[in-house]
Design a protein around this ligand. Structure first.
Ligand code: ATP
Ligand code: MG
Length: 418
């Protein structure tokens, strides 16, 4: 085993004992999204590097140090998508979708070269949702209420909603000066990252996860106190809509989001159950991005859910969805019986809708086949040997009680519908 080829650090295999949970979560998500009229869009995993540099911003963690970038055989510089918003906007622009309003979602792997740890991987999965051409704040409220409905559908508890407004570009620029002045006055308390960000991206200092920066950040001037009138009004309306719906939230003035393209509404769902990787869903408004990428200005808002973290939270709160179990395990000993069991299995699948039936396959003694039947968790084991074959019956064992009955082949389907 020593020299088998192993997966890349931080890129995980998702094994069959876990994929049923992924499928259940994905199905629930899709149901809620389509219930709000959101449609799926699929776009490539690889894009030109430039797309991410221009949208996410040069001085963000992602572009500075997390992207998987390479030259392909033509010498073009390409990047594995670190997030979906940029590719989604690109696809919408390129295909003329921005001529009208759009409600879109996508799901799939994202790639970031981060330090792997629990809840932080180099390949991870997001479900992303984007809406184009809506000025808000009604759509902002819709999106946030939709996330709450997703949690409700999944039976997920233990996450709280934080919201903030980043205001207009002008308001943010003016606030930036106020903030820089404040941090300049306390320069000796800034950690290394924050010192660097002071000139490049000072708002990001507020987003620091370093506990030593907490007190300084808590006392910093708040962007929410420097909002332009329109943003202030829109934020108040958003809060009102959430109040109307009875959704609890916390206004977190330090919530600035890591990416450059956000303005006005930003929000996150955070939990204390997952250590420092506690954000399961994050999003906000990014009205400037389309024009930044050379398109006709369309307003935009979106969010992304980290599926690994979502499933981890379901697990720690004992709320993993039920996995449908196997109905029938079909045991058959002897060549003739094995062939007949395949045929009977096909007939049953025709007759009983959604039947989950495993035929043993591969031969072996009754004893060995029964062991497999036990392990499968099936509700019934069907048994076909030479005797049953000659009488055109099967033995049907109810696994929970151990009771066994003999059932004629043509009565099997109605027996299993019981
Ligand atoms: P964080 O602050 O945890 O680094 P982020 O702000 O970089 O998150 P976003 O770019 O907003 O994250 O991505 C949205 C969601 O995707 C996050 O809230 C999280 O649930 C998930 N996510 C982001 N990066 C990772 C990762 N490396 N591994 C697993 N999930 C991730
Ligand atoms: Mg990050």
């Amino acid at each position: 085993m020593a020299d088998i080829i192993r997966s890349i650090r931080g890129m995980n295999d998702i094994l069959p004992d876990v994929t049923p949970y992924w499928q259940a979560v994905e199905t629930a998500l899709k149901e809620v999204l389509s219930g709000y009229g959101y449609q799926e869009i699929r776009f490539p995993i690889v894009e030109k590097t430039e797309l991410f540099c221009r949208s996410i911003g040069e001085v963000t963690d992602i572009v500075e140090k997390e992207m998987y970038t390479f030259n392909d055989r033509n010498g073009d510089q390409l990047t594995l998508r670190p997030e979906g918003t940029a590719g989604c906007v690109r696809a919408a622009m390129q295909n003329g979708l921005l001529n009208q309003t759009q409600r879109l979602w996508y799901m799939g792997p994202m790639f970031r070269h981060e330090r792997p740890q629990k809840g932080r991987y180099r390949q991870f999965h997001q479900i992303g949702v984007e809406a184009y051409g809506f000025n808000g704040p009604d759509i902002d409220a819709e999106m946030i209420l939709m996330t709450a409905r997703i949690w409700k559908k999944l039976g997920l508890t233990g996450a709280t909603l934080q919201i903030n407004s980043l205001g207009s570009t002008e308001a943010r620029l003016a606030y930036r000066d106020v903030l820089v002045a404040y941090f300049e006055n306390h320069k000796e308390q800034l950690d290394e990252d924050s010192q660097r960000r002071l000139s490049s991206n000072p708002l990001r200092i507020l987003d620091s996860k370093n506990p030593a920066m907490q007190a300084l950040n808590d006392a910093a001037p708040k962007l929410i106190d420097h909002l332009d009138d329109t943003s202030r009004q829109e934020f108040d309306t958003l809060c009102q809509s959430l109040d109307d719906a009875g959704l609890e939230y916390e206004v977190n003035p330090r919530l600035v989001r890591g990416l450059d393209y956000y303005g006005k509404t930003v929000f996150e769902w955070v939990t204390e159950h997952l250590g420092s990787q506690g954000t399961i869903c994050a999003g906000g408004r990014y009205d400037g991005l389309v024009s930044q990428l050379g398109g006709k200005g369309a307003t935009a808002i979106g969010f992304a859910i980290g599926i690994e973290r979502l499933i981890a939270l379901l697990e720690t709160t004992d709320a993993l969805p039920d996995i449908p179990s196997i109905d029938v395990y079909f045991v058959a000993v002897g060549e003739q019986a094995a062939r007949q069991s395949l045929l009977l299995a096909e007939q049953l699948r025709d007759q009983v809708e959604n039947l989950k039936l495993i035929t043993h396959c591969g031969g072996g003694s009754f004893k060995n086949q029964f062991k497999r039947a036990d392990r499968s968790g099936a509700r019934w084991t069907l048994i076909l040997g030479d005797d049953e074959l000659s009488q055109q019956v099967v033995g049907v064992k109810t696994m929970a009680t151990g009771e066994q009955e003999t059932v004629a082949w043509d009565a099997l389907a109605s027996y299993l519908k019981l």
